[in-house]
Design a protein around this ligand. Structure first.
Ligand code: TRP
Length: 329
């Protein structure tokens, strides 16, 4: 048994991960696996809440997600990597928790209201989608973690998770569930190539799995300081969309030179992009190597082992819970 404190987090398998995911969330997970007993999973049932009409793609996205994680540095020997739908206990706990969750809490959840507005073309007025935060509470509480590392957008869900835990404990007169803390991981947000939020749907992302050749034309087309029309115009790194990429991936010793060169117009955007390409290549090469080594067979093995480990914990906690709620007959 590990004496480390436990944390749990998941991601929906909805497509390949990009640099925004890496610097926003995954880099933190990679750090956390050294200090905590980590459970990281592909939330395929959560993907289903919005993709239920055409779920075929989810199946392919799960192995892709695991490959991206391993490429980014998650080590299956250090953390438990699993697939939500393989641990059937999640569905059972979701059912029990749903008994304790007042409808109003879910209807008032900001993510429910927003998503329903935004994704008008998909009908998200379903029981499954309304229950999204309850399923998430089941994912989390199943493992009784101390904290949940997520981005800011998930905070309303974590608040609901604690409320559900509290209500369950109150109604069962127990302290069965802990109230897991937020662990914000979104310290650095990397904007997309065009300056908007990096998102697959905007086509402004660099994927972790993309080859250097595919990335080069994207970098050449990147937005920089828009006030700098000619190389002879001085630029301002603090409003340039490219400079943050250097801060994350270029040797820090070179940053003063880039900043000065931009401000005094001795260094142009083309030079800046060339250097960024070198930095990206240096940064991505080890990721690409780890990804290439992570074959489909290896992914199957990782998910098999991880799901078994997660299931062992889940089964134990569900045995205890069934006793507590008098459903052990
Ligand atoms: N809702 C989360 C997201 O979209 C994914 C998720 C599902 C999750 N279950 C979770 C995150 C449990 C943390 C813990 O990012």
């Amino acid at each position: 048994m590990s004496h480390k404190q436990r944390i749990v987090s998941g991601m929906r398998p909805t497509g390949p991960l990009h640099l925004g995911h890496y610097f926003g969330v995954i880099a933190n997970w990679v750090r956390l696996q050294e200090e905590y007993d980590c459970f990281f999973f592909a939330a395929d049932w959560h993907a289903l809440t919005s993709e239920y009409a055409d779920p075929t793609r989810i199946k392919g996205f799960v192995p892709g997600l695991v490959k991206d994680w391993v490429a980014a540095g998650l080590d299956p020997d250090k953390c438990v990597i699993f697939q939500q739908s393989r641990v059937k206990e999640h569905a059972e706990l979701y059912l029990y928790l749903s008994m304790y969750t007042p409808l109003g809490w879910l209807e008032r959840c900001p993510t429910f209201k927003e998503m329903n507005e935004q994704l008008k073309q998909k009908d998200l007025n379903t029981h499954g989608f309304l229950g999204y935060p309850v399923l998430m509470a089941a994912d989390i509480l199943m493992y009784k973690p101390c904290a949940v590392p997520v981005g800011k957008d998930q905070l309303p869900h974590l608040e609901l998770n604690r409320e559900i835990a509290r209500r369950f404990n109150h109604l069962t007169g127990s302290e069965f569930f802990p109230e897991p803390a937020d662990m914000l991981t979104e310290e650095c947000k990397l904007a997309g190539l065009d300056g908007r939020k990096m998102s697959k749907s905007y086509g402004n992302s660099i994927m972790l799995s993309e080859s250097i050749d595919e990335i080069a034309p994207k970098v050449r087309g990147m937005k920089t300081d828009e006030n700098r029309l000619r190389k002879s115009d001085p630029g301002d790194p603090s409003i340039c969309n490219l400079y943050p990429y250097h801060k994350l991936m270029t040797d820090p010793a070179r940053l003063p030179e880039i900043e000065e060169g931009c401000k005094n117009a001795s260094w142009g955007c083309v030079d800046c992009k060339k250097l960024l390409m070198q930095s990206l290549e240096k940064f991505l090469t080890p990721l690409h190597e780890r990804r290439a080594a992570c074959t489909d067979e290896r992914v199957a093995e990782i998910l098999e082992t991880g799901s078994r480990k997660a299931q062992a914990v889940a089964a134990r906690h569900m045995d205890e819970l069934r006793k507590l709620v008098n459903f052990d007959f």
